[in-house]
Design a binder for this molecule. Structure first.
Ligand code: PEP
Ligand code: MG
Length: 539
């Protein structure tokens, strides 16, 4: 092991989940902290009374957290869900029954809640599946109380490192300049939503093995890195960047609530990309021009059955509702490549990015594709919904999609089910589509720069070592401009919904290429609007 004065710098890479830079000592929060004690069973009356007291103490904790959450509706919703569960006798009944039969309170409560967590985790409905983590969090809170542990104060100025962190523990931290690095967790989890809303830098997918408590660390929520034991020069450079970034973000925030307008007064539309309705919960729809990309893979991910028409319909309607009358573009399933769906995508493809993904897969599985098209056509009666097809490479694919959508609408009409024919557009993310864009029968186009770059540059989007190739080179920009010109000439909307649209340093180039609609990750809206405001078409 290295000595104190010669500790090597450690750099761990993950994925950015909430922007910003943080520095501070590492603080490890290991899963199940405080929830592992095992007690011997006392008399059943005593065990039952202790469990009741622990549940009451947990309820009081949740009430305190709710009061501290102020007007944060998202946080309040999560805490209210946990409180309602705690008050639901059906939840604790099996625990009290086990206690009456001689089980110790902690084992009884854990077993009862574990069964519920498993039920939620296996639910058909994505909403209930997402609640499994909240239920597990509630279980651990009651068990900590049962073990007589006071809620441990988590320092808000540290870099917290954990495998995962339940939302209520995030909310219990008095954040003061610290950040969060998680091994698991996703950029769309509740914690990530809370972190973005509260300006807490966060990175997910960080390997925390071997990281020791108390070591100085730098967390970069923009690059997605955690640096432990930085050398003095790196720490000073980071501090300077942080000061600059804090100032810049404060300036950019002033653009958030305003429409995006260039320095010449031209209106630019800024929409957001989401991967499920939860992401809209913490967002004021008035700050955006709508949802430019709904990635529907979340509906198909990690489940036993493919989602049926009713389940999909409910989700699409919910998104339309949350968007408050603004347009919503839903992308049909883009499984394959880096997004395998068990039971649907082909295992063992030698090159999945060039394999049966996106529309190629949907057209090979019309029984799955038609369910999605029917749900979308039905949802289209509830608001301004548009449908977009991923990975289109030849015009025939669009023709076949149009025919399937028209047939779905006709079938619904014949059965007397209310439905509408939404506009059908395509993603332009394969160079062949950008080069021959005029040949494709699409109502609108949305450029997927993530894939367009990787296919144009022959540089995998998930290979960090090729980052110098996988960028918007002149060749990529020429393809983008080509699509924008075609859209302007034919009066069809062209947007760009890849990550490039949300990178402030590229906004000027995209506007110069002729784009006037950008769809970005929700955290980038203010920065993109600020960049738009600074751009002029005049040389
Ligand atoms: C893209 O390729 O730019 C895009 C938006 O799609 P995804 O990142 O989901 O492949
Ligand atoms: Mg793509």
């Amino acid at each position: 092991m290295a000595t104190d004065d010669a500790r090597p710098v450690t750099v761990r890479r993950g994925r950015p989940a909430a922007p910003g830079l943080a520095s501070g000592p590492l603080r490890r929060l290991d899963e199940g902290d405080g929830a592992t004690s095992a007690r011997d069973a006392g008399p059943p009356e005593r065990e039952a009374a202790d469990l009741r007291d622990a549940m009451a103490a947990a309820a009081a904790d949740l009430a305190d957290l709710t009061a501290a959450a102020g007007d944060d509706a998202d946080a309040e919703g999560m805490l209210a869900f946990q409180l309602a569960l705690l008050e639901d006798e059906a939840l604790s009944e099996p625990a009290f029954a086990a206690i009456a039969a001689g089980a110790p309170a902690d084992a009884a409560f854990r077993a009862a809640l574990d069964a519920q967590v498993a039920d939620y985790a296996a639910a058909e409905d994505a909403y209930f599946r997402a609640r499994a983590a909240d239920l597990a969090d509630l279980r651990d809170r009651v068990l900590r109380r049962l073990a007589g542990e006071a809620e441990e104060a988590i320092p808000g100025d540290a870099i917290l490192v954990a495998r995962d962190l339940p939302p209520s523990r995030f909310l219990a931290v008095a954040w003061a300049g610290g950040g969060l690095a998680l091994g698991r967790g996703s950029t769309t989890s509740h914690v990530a939503i809370l972190a973005r809303a509260r300006g807490v830098p966060m990175v997910v997918g960080v390997d925390a093995d071997g990281l020791e408590d108390g070591r100085p660390a730098l967390l970069d929520g923009e690059a997605g890195t955690l640096v432990v034991e930085p050398d003095p020069a790196a720490a000073a450079a980071f501090a300077a960047r942080r000061a600059e970034s804090d100032g810049r973000r404060a300036r950019e925030e002033t653009f958030l609530a305003r429409p995006a307008v260039t320095a010449d007064g031209e209106r630019v539309r800024v929409l957001i990309n989401i991967a499920g309705p939860e992401e809209l919960a913490g967002i004021d729809p008035a700050h955006t021009d709508g949802v430019g990309l709904v990635r529907t893979e979340f509906l198909f991910d990690g489940r036993h059955h493919l989602p049926d028409e009713e389940e999909q319909l409910a989700v699409y309607r919910r998104i339309l509702d949350l968007a408050g009358g603004r347009p919503v573009t839903v992308r049909t399933l883009d499984a394959g490549g880096d997004k395998p769906v068990p039971g649907l995508t082909r295992p063992g493809e030698s090159n999945p990015f060039l394999g049966v993904r996106g529309v190629r897969l949907s057209l090979r599985r019309p029984e799955v594709f038609t369910v999605q098209l029917r749900a979308l056509a039905r949802a289209a009666t509830a608001g301004p919904l548009k449908v977009m097809v991923p990975m289109v490479s030849v015009p025939e694919e669009m023709e076949r999609c149009r025919a399937l959508l028209d047939a779905a609408v006709a079938d619904l009409a014949a059965a007397g089910v209310p439905a509408a024919r939404p506009p059908l557009g395509m993603m332009v993310e394969v160079p062949a589509a950008a080069l021959a864009v005029a040949a494709f029968p699409a109502d609108f186009y949305s450029i997927g720069s993530n894939d367009l770059i990787q296919y144009t540059m022959a540089a995998s989007r998930d290979e960090p070592e090729l980052a110098d190739l996988a960028r918007p080179t002149a060749a990529v920009m020429e393809l983008i401009a080509r699509v924008a010109v075609h859209g302007a000439a034919t009066g069809r909307e062209v947007s760009l919904c890849g990550d490039l649209a949300g990178e402030r340093e590229h906004v000027a180039d995209l506007l110069a290429a002729g784009l006037r609609t950008l769809s970005v990750t929700p955290t980038a809206v203010a920065a993109v609007k600020a960049a738009v405001a600074g751009w002029s078409a005049r040389p």
